[in-house]
Write a protein that binds this ligand. Structure first.
Ligand code: SF4
Length: 393
């Protein structure tokens, strides 16, 4: 089976007053249909920018500057081939090469996103039900006329003007009773109690956990092929986190939808994912199956992340944090070496050149961007501890 998403050499930059920030750097990976793929890394490693890049939600001063984001959907490819031939390759559509209005039409029915902070993601002036019903309407238009991506967003009820109007005049009602009924169904599906009453409540009347569930309901309204979940449980307490993760897993098993899960928490990865990419300084530095990453990790950064997980079985033991900080990602400071070299306990002189992606022991699915995939650590070749002194990282 061909992957549902193929990403090649994707680079996203931010052109700030302080300089160019290379948030995502020549990233390549693929995600299979129906799998849960996790991206893990520290804060500032580029995970969320990667997620937003994939669905073209990068705002100024950010920009996707290179690469392809190829999404497999024969129907969409067929539909837009005449108007955007450069974006179509067989069954694949390159989202990076599509005009914004076409990409917007695919959000909802093709892919949708669960954001980190549900409280700031909902419009406080509209009821939760109205906001879910809006996503339902987009899906209804897509289903009624799948041959026209434009039909999905062209209704005057959901135009930009209507959105602005609704923000100023917060007394909009549901476009149809069917969309309200579907909003109730979706709230029920994600475990909101008394959905018939709750559908008419405003976001501030929901608890954090309920609002996160409502956001999942909104994301599911379009019945997307791909769901991008960016730290979906970070703002929640531990018991609610577990409930939300179980909910996502149940929905994935029920619908077969593909999920890209962004998290800094390896426990969440272990619980949810089929494959993992470990991200550092805008790059995927190691990728593989759960057992590749948890049992056979090669990259010292991956090992560092694993070493910083609390172990309930070893009471009194100390956690081993990774020394140092993630780099600033400012272009002029990045150079062309392994970006982890200034924090790596096994850095050698060969690491002053950029390592290529290497497969580990010939395993196709296990790849690492580290010289240790092909050579042993040689202490006599170790970098001088003062090598990076004075660099701002
Ligand atoms: S390439 Fe060298 S510096 Fe980079 S992670 Fe591997 S051993 Fe460490």
């Amino acid at each position: 089976m061909k992957p549902i998403l193929r990403i090649s050499d994707l680079s996203t930059r931010f052109f700030t007053k302080s300089g160019q920030v290379n948030a995502v750097e020549s990233l390549s990976m693929s995600i299979d249909d129906g799998e849960v793929f996790g991206i893990v890394g520290e804060s500032g490693s580029g995970k969320s920018v990667t997620a937003r890049s994939l669905i073209r939600l990068i705002e100024s001063p950010g920009k996707i500057t290179a690469g392809k984001i190829e999404y497999r959907n024969a129907e969409v490819a067929d539909e837009i081939e005449d108007s955007n031939p450069e974006a179509v390759d067989g069954d694949y559509v390159d989202l990076a090469a599509l005009p914004e209005d076409v990409v917007r039409s695919l959000r909802g029915p093709s892919f949708s996103m669960i954001f980190q902070d549900p409280e700031s993601s909902f419009n406080p002036t509209l009821t939760v039900g109205e906001q879910i019903a809006e996503a339902v309407e987009v899906q209804r238009r897509a289903s009624s006329n799948p041959r026209s991506v434009k039909s999905r967003t062209s209704s005057s009820a959901y135009s930009l003007r209507s959105y602005a109007y609704g923000t100023i005049m917060p007394n909009r009602s549901y476009v149809s009773s069917e969309s309200k009924d579907r909003a109730v169904e979706l709230l029920q599906q994600v475990g909101i109690p008394d959905p018939e009453e709750r559908v008419d409540e405003y976001p501030h009347e929901y608890s954090g956990g309920m609002l996160q569930r409502a956001m999942i309901a909104q994301a599911l309204a379009g019945e997307p092929d791909i769901l991008v979940a960016d730290e979906p449980t970070t703002a929640l307490d531990v018991t609610i986190q577990a409930q939300v993760l179980n909910l996502l897993r149940d929905i994935q098993e029920e619908t077969g939808m593909t999920i890209l899960l962004i998290t800094h928490n390896l426990g969440v990865i272990a619980r949810m994912c089929d494959r993992v990419g470990v991200m550092y300084a805008g790059e995927i530095v190691e990728r593989g199956t759960l057992s590749n990453i948890f049992d056979e990790a090669v990259h010292p950064y991956t090992k560092g992340l694993l070493g910083s997980i609390p172990d309930i079985g070893s009471a009194g033991g100390r956690l081993q944090p990774i020394e140092g900080n993630v780099p600033s990602l400012m272009d002029e400071e990045m150079g062309n070496r392994c970006y982890f070299a200034d924090r790596c306990p096994k850095a050698m002189k060969t690491c002053l050149e950029k390592p290529a992606d290497l497969s580990v022991d010939g395993a196709k699915e296990h790849e690492v961007q580290c010289v240790l995939a092909k050579e042993e650590y040689d202490e006599s070749d170790a970098l001088d501890p003062g090598q990076f002194e004075g660099e701002d990282s």
